[in-house]
Unconditional design. Structure first.
Lengths: 310, 368
């Protein structure tokens, strides 16, 4: 079956800045696809090109089989796009915003009531329908923006960092809504800098400085890591991380809150490491081997310490 | 072009306008303030010009001549009995604009000689004032001749009949011009920030990914502001009438209809800038520069177009106020109608449609 979103050898520069280079990926129908990476990875450029707001320098991009350079208006009418910044009218009420976008997309008048009801059901915004959009909380704003994006029943939903700057509870609510939409058959492309959200996607693409580092199911990507990760916890460990990094054979030290993640190649045992740490710091530490998280993989990928792969 | 989309944009713009009542208040009060400021500041009426007299004759005839200057509101006699060498320093200090020197034998000469000479010294640093004093003094001399100097043969007497502005009040000339200036400025400012504001807040990005066409956005944004601009026009004309007693000799409804065309031109101009400019600040600055200066300098607002160098005369033909000034002065002062004005109205409509097309063409539906 033809992929809903298809990107082949896409490159885009702004002046001397290379935003995306040679990106290729496909999103299948009904998939929840995550574009993961830090700021400046090229996520927004890729997304804006897909929704026809900017044009590619080279490469082929298509949405639902329509070329982004040729079928601008067709793509715009079947796609729902939610920009990174809150882009609704703060001085219009929830209802007024919804109606405005319904009219722009020419949603049939007869279907309006039914669609509003459906959107209100998941957004739970009905009690606030007369409130001005500017006076909603961050989480509610995002839900309203999503509702306006969905008012014309798009077949593809493209979201640019929808949960950045939103509180954790609203974030998980938002992802529940995305899962609901996926069940209804909507193809979703979502970008996020949060690794925990990446785990909720069917497949992810990890981007860094305009390039694709890894592509696949989240579990598969964590499996890329053949090095071993050891988590150590103890008092004031973070301050010691520079000294720990001197241990012969160690690949990297990353701090995660109070604990440190040490990466070693296969062949070291927990006991070896415990002894080495005791020699170095003179204290007994709690040490356990853990499965690599996406964050470990991501850092490994960026530092080039694990092989690129698919 | 879909009517439904245009109507929804119109409704949205009206909602913006009325929700933001502070801006609305400024939009309504600004023209009032401007017409008061400009209306009282810009005047070419000569009043209270000061002058000095050296009357060496001191006869009833010489006093009669001096009275010819002082018996109206134009001249104020400030210095008498000064020495001749003091005159120059008075001029340098700008204490007087004119000095009159009456010779000792003034009265005798009137009786015995064919020509009697009286010296008149005029400060023409401001050429308008110089010309005015010169003309007025000639008139005083002429009246003096008719009254006292019976022996002088008065052969030719011009009997002027002054049309359209018989009191020669400069307000009657300027205030209609102010209507043109203020209406253009306010209306183009209104629309110049309307698209750039959406660029800045990011809302444009969300609209652009809908199937909306630029012409729908442009038309949807012009319509609400036409009503606002028209309301402003009414306020300006009412104040012009109340404060400056400017006559309205022609048809009020014709003024209304042709003002609507002019407002449309101004709004289209603002939209044209808005479509190109990236920020509200740039848009506002560009609008101010592009409306105020050409309107004041090149439209015939103060300086007659006919006396400009030829290249400037051509430029004045694309300044919308050039046409509207002819229209509004024509209707208000001369009371003329569409029969005389249709060409100017057509030119205005042409300029407006041209600008609206440019706004639509230059309006990008991408972010690049």
């Amino acid at each position: 079956m033809q992929p809903v979103i298809s990107i082949t050898n896409f490159s885009k520069s702004f002046g001397k800045n290379i935003a995306v280079k040679n990106l290729s990926l496909d999103v299948e129908k009904g998939e929840l696809f995550g574009l993961i990476g830090p700021d400046g990875a090229g996520k927004t450029t890729t997304i804006r090109t897909l929704v026809t707001l900017i044009s590619p320098d080279s490469g082929e991009l298509s949405v639902s089989g329509l070329n982004v350079s040729k079928s601008v208006r067709e793509i715009r009418s079947i796609t729902g796009y939610m920009p990174q910044r809150f882009s609704l009218y703060p001085d219009l009420s929830v209802s007024q915003n919804l109606n405005f976008f319904a009219n722009l997309f020419e949603v049939p008048k007869k279907e309006m009531a039914e669609r509003r009801k459906r959107l209100f059901k998941f957004s739970k915004l009905e009690p606030f329908s007369e409130r001005l959009a500017g006076q909603l909380s961050g989480g509610m704003k995002q839900k309203l923006a999503l509702s306006c994006t969905l008012i014309h029943n798009p077949v593809v939903l493209i979201l640019d960092e929808p949960t950045t700057g939103v509180d954790p509870v609203s974030r998980s609510e938002f992802w529940e809504i995305l899962q609901e939409l996926k069940k209804e058959g909507v193809t979703i492309l979502v970008s996020t800098p949060y690794m925990d959200e990446a785990l909720l996607c069917d497949r992810i693409a990890i981007m860094h400085e305009g390039s694709l580092l890894a592509l696949g199911r989240p579990e598969k990507i964590t499996g890329l890591m053949h090095n071993h990760i050891y988590k150590i916890t103890g008092h004031n460990l973070v301050l010691q991380s520079n000294r720990i990094a001197q241990i012969p054979g160690i690949i990297s030290v990353q701090s995660f809150g109070d604990s440190l993640h040490l990466t070693f190649p296969p062949g070291f045992s927990s006991e070896d490491i415990r002894l080495k740490l005791y020699d170095l710091l003179g204290q007994q530490l709690n040490i356990e081997r853990i499965a690599p998280s996406l964050e470990d993989v991501f850092i490994g990928l960026i530092e080039g310490k694990i092989g690129h792969g698919n | 072009m879909k009517l439904r989309r245009i109507i929804s944009i119109i409704i949205k713009e009206y909602t913006h306008i009325f929700r933001d009542w502070r801006s609305l208040l400024i939009i309504i009060l600004m023209p009032v303030l401007m017409i008061i400021l400009y209306g009282y500041a810009i005047t070419l009426d000569m009043k209270n010009l000061t002058f000095a007299v050296i009357d060496d004759a001191k006869t009833p005839e010489s006093r009669e001549l001096i009275r010819g200057f002082t018996e109206n509101r134009f001249f104020v006699l400030k210095y008498t009995d000064i020495k001749r060498n003091e005159i120059e320093s008075l001029f340098k200090k700008r204490a007087v604009q004119m000095a009159l020197v009456i010779p000792e034998d003034f009265s005798e000469s009137l009786i015995s000689n064919r020509i009697t000479k009286v010296q008149l010294i005029v400060d023409a640093a401001d050429s308008n004032i110089g010309t005015f004093i010169n003309n007025y003094s000639n008139r005083v001399a002429q009246l003096f001749n008719e009254k006292l100097n019976r022996r002088s043969p008065g052969i030719l007497g011009l009997e002027p009949r002054i049309l359209y502005n018989p009191d020669m009040k400069s307000a009657n000339f300027f205030v209609p011009g102010l209507v043109a200036l203020i209406l253009l400025l306010i209306c183009s400012l209104l629309t110049s920030i309307t698209i750039t504001r959406e660029k800045e807040t990011g809302t444009l990005e969300q609209i652009l990914v809908s199937p909306v066409h630029p012409i729908e956005i442009v038309v949807g944004k012009v319509v609400p502001y036409i009503t606002l601009g028209f309301f402003n026009g009414i306020i300006i004309i009412v104040f012009a009438r109340l404060l400056f007693k400017v006559p309205i000799n022609g048809s009020l409804s014709l003024i209304a209809i042709l003002s609507l065309i002019y407002i449309f031109v101004a709004l289209s101009f603002g939209l044209m800038i808005s479509a190109v400019a990236k920020t509200q600040q740039i848009a506002m600055l560009a609008t101010l520069m592009a409306t105020v200066l050409p309107t004041i300098m090149l439209s015939g607002f103060i300086f007659p177009i006919a006396s400009m160098p030829l290249p400037l005369q051509y430029i004045s033909k694309v300044v919308p106020a050039t046409y509207f000034l002819i229209i509004i002065r024509g209707i208000m002062l001369k009371g003329i109608g569409l029969a005389e004005l249709w060409q100017h109205a057509a030119a205005l409509s042409g300029i407006g449609l041209f600008m609206l097309s440019i706004a639509t063409i230059r309006f990008k539906t991408t972010l690049e």
